[in-house]
Design a protein around this ligand. Structure first.
Ligand SMILES: Nc1ncnc2c1ncn2[C@@H]1O[C@H](COP(=O)(O)OP(=O)(O)OP(=O)(O)O)[C@@H](O)[C@H]1O
Ligand SMILES: [Mg+2]
Length: 368
């Protein structure tokens, strides 16, 4: 995914390139002459430029020279894209500093392939793997709502394999919130495994959501009750961790000694709290319990979720009482209930809302 600037005065070419490049996953900025193009490069240098030769105000050759000399962008790939295709034209373009010269008869697919070749390899980013659990000893603080939206945010923005695991022993709500009807559950995935929990055994139990999120749902039938102390749960989390970029877990409000080994596998545990006194008490107890179960203190973060429209404790009071910073505060959102009832999480039904934006931002913060 790169930022590509296309400079051409031919509207049809602009439209065609914009379409092909966007389809290939790039962001496209278009300018219809070189003067505008230079201003755009100055404002925000793109990752690559495609420029026409014959344009009003300034030729593509001059545009190219100016990018190289005036703007000192000597490494920026520039492809000149022209209707004129004589050897001399190509030479003039290369002399002006173009990286390559292609004829406008070149098919869009070939142009896109050449663009992808010329784009500088992105440096390996920070770790692309994360296992994140959200937890609250107090019910109803929005743990499931947040896990579902976090998983969506990661699957949609990072476009990386993401799995969501609803660890509620029975009747969890993640599937419902995603508008999915589970035919299988986490417990089924465990029962299907004998000694080790291999990905092949787990796969048939993953339920696909259109966003790309794969869900391991909570059972809806008492016969399939999940036992959190099950040793295989630890193996399941290890397998998911190795197979998916992101594994997001909805942890039920229990702190059993036998689930310690599983909780230690998480990279982050978000303690979700409403801005009220019962939540403060629950967080204090949960902190003590998690640390006792072997979870490193620096993996635990606080997330305030404003489930009520008003009357909550101020953030400063929460931070002062718990002697910890709050990683994120999700605003109250009246549409949340509608999102739950329609099976379309807020991130999809109302992505512009402040709460959706806060949850998308939280997804990134949790990776840090
Ligand atoms: N930021 C918010 N603004 C308004 N309503 C919210 C917000 N977050 C969650 N809710 C609502 O709060 C209710 C409880 O949310 P949710 O089921 O996610 O909580 P939970 O902690 O998973 O509960 P449980 O303890 O039952 O598992 C839902 O109706 C949800 O729509
Ligand atoms: Mg829940």
């Amino acid at each position: 995914m790169a930022n590509i600037l296309v400079v051409d005065d031919d509207k049809n070419i602009l439209r065609l390139l914009e379409f092909s490049l966007k389809r290939a996953g790039h962001t496209v900025t278009i300018c219809d002459d070189g003067v505008q193009g230079l201003a755009q490069v100055k404002a925000q240098a793109p990752d690559l430029i495609v420029a026409d030769v014959m344009m009003p105000k300034m030729t593509g050759y001059d545009f190219c020279k100016q990018v190289r000399t005036n703007l000192s962008l000597s490494e920026l790939p520039i492809i000149m894209f022209s209707a004129r295709f004589q050897p001399i034209d190509k030479q003039t373009a290369l002399d002006a500093g173009a990286t390559d010269y292609l004829s406008k008869n070149t098919s869009p697919d070939v142009l896109v392939a050449r663009i992808n070749e010329l784009l500088p390899a992105k440096p390996a980013g920070p770790t692309t793997q994360a296992t994140i659990g959200l937890f609250s000893l107090r019910g109803g603080t929005g743990v499931t709502t947040l896990t579902v939206n976090l998983a969506l945010a990661l699957a949609l923005t990072k476009k990386a394999p993401t799995t969501l695991v609803d660890l509620a022993p029975l009747g969890g709500h993640a599937a419902l919130m995603l508008g999915l009807r589970p035919t299988s559950s986490v417990a089924d995935a465990l029962f299907a495994s004998k000694d080790d929990v291999a990905l092949e055994t787990v796969k048939p139990h993953l339920i696909q959501h259109a966003s790309g999120v794969q869900l391991l749902a909570s059972a809806l039938n008492y016969d399939h009750l999940l036992y959190l102390g099950d040793k295989r749960l630890e193996q399941l989390v290890t397998t998911l961790k190795l197979s998916f970029a992101y594994t997001i877990l909805d942890i039920p409000p229990l702190l059993e000694p036998r689930s310690g080994a599983m909780l230690q596998l998480f990279d982050k545990i978000g303690l979700v709290l409403a801005p009220d006194m019962p939540s403060l008490q629950s967080v204090a107890v949960a902190l003590q319990g998690l640390v006792r179960l072997g979870v490193a203190d620096n993996k635990i973060v606080l997330i305030v979720n404003n489930i009520l429209p008003q009357g909550g404790l101020p953030l400063e009071v929460i931070q002062k009482t718990l002697k910890r910073p709050v990683l994120a505060s999700i605003p109250y959102e009246a549409e949340m209930v509608k999102a739950v009832n329609s099976g379309k999480p807020l991130l999809l039904s109302s992505p512009q809302s402040p709460a959706a934006a806060a949850m998308a931002k939280l997804a990134n913060s949790l990776l840090g």
